[in-house]
Design a protein around this ligand. Structure first.
Ligand code: ARG
Length: 303
């Protein structure tokens, strides 16, 4: 077994030695009832305060929900659940951030509660704790961690008991020490150095046990070195495309053996890579949410 430690500089194991993991098949979304752009939490929000179009917000969110409902009808997903947005929680629709759900080695389902960087986003977290408790998950709380933004910064290696953790903007490097112990899982800690890519889920998309897409401008040389040790194929997506279309906020997943990628339309190079890897592509428009710094991956949680 690979030590449940944090790897920050070099990788001392082979991916073949990492235990396998079954990918989740349930999706959670949060309705955009109170979605708004009220302040600037990330660089994408600059100039967009007060600029959200409520009707378009609703329509775009519905089209994403429809995409997941279709997958459910096809038997690709087991369940699509909705949490109602709450007043005063303008970013709650980005439901990848408030928690990190995980199945432990012994099969027990736990959910790590985030420590959001922004005060207004801290109010979102208890709603998700209630949801996951209703699904039988055991909530886990950090003791010392200052900032941790859930699945926004922590992304599992496809099919493996191994996590990648971004840090520097919304999560601290120290959070991973506690997380690795809590979940008893090895974590590759990746420093994020570019403010456009402030969450790991804006610049890093594992596609299979062998392949990943990323934007190299988001990472340090050390980080890229570790990623290249663990994935045989690394698709480098140009910064321009990743920034303009949030193409690396694609939701590329395998559920019941079916590979689907849902992403913002217009991401040509990213779509090419996904097709090469055998994904069925679903393109939607998330322009209203991109004004707030997020697209498909952050608008859902898989568990
Ligand atoms: N406005 C939100 C924030 O800055 C956007 C979050 C997007 N989520 C993501 N995982 N990238 O917190």
């Amino acid at each position: 077994m690979i030590q449940p430690a944090v790897y920050k500089e070099t990788i001392l194991f082979s991916i073949n030695d990492v235990a396998n993991r079954q990918e989740p098949s349930r999706v959670l979304m949060c309705s955009p009832d109170y979605f708004d752009i009220v302040d600037v939490k990330n660089v994408h929000m600059q100039g967009n305060v007060g600029q959200s179009d409520k009707a378009l917000v609703e329509a775009q969110w519905e089209s994403l929900k429809q995409a997941y409902d279709n997958l459910k009808a096809q038997g690709v997903l087991d369940e699509v659940s909705i949490i109602q947005g709450a007043p005063g929680c303008e970013d709650m629709v980005f439901c990848a951030n408030q928690t990190f759900p995980w199945k432990m080695n012994d099969g027990k389902e736990v959910v790590v509660m985030s420590k959001m960087r922004h005060e207004s986003r801290r109010r979102e977290v208890p709603y998700f704790e209630t949801f996951f408790k209703s699904k039988g998950f055991t909530p886990l709380h950090f003791k010392q961690v200052e900032m941790f933004e859930g699945m926004g910064d922590v992304i599992p290696h496809t099919g493996k008991q191994l996590l990648y953790g971004g840090y520097g903007h919304r999560t601290t490097a120290e959070a991973y020490e506690e997380l690795a112990q809590m979940l008893s899982v090895p974590i590759v800690a990746l420093e994020l150095i570019n403010p456009k890519f402030y969450h790991l889920d804006t610049c890093f998309v594992p596609l299979s046990a062998d392949s990943v897409m990323l934007c190299k401008e988001a990472f340090t040389e050390k980080g890229l070195g570790m990623i290249r040790t663990l994935f045989r194929n690394v698709y480098e997506i140009p910064e321009e495309e990743a920034e303009k279309y949030f193409s690396l906020n694609a939701h590329a997943f395998q559920s019941h053996g079916v590979k689907t990628a849902i992403l913002q339309k217009g991401s040509k190079i990213t779509v090419d890579a996904l097709q090469k890897e055998g994904f069925t592509i679903v393109e939607i428009d998330t322009s209203e949410f991109m004004k707030s710094g997020g697209s498909v991956f952050c608008m859902k949680m898989m568990y």
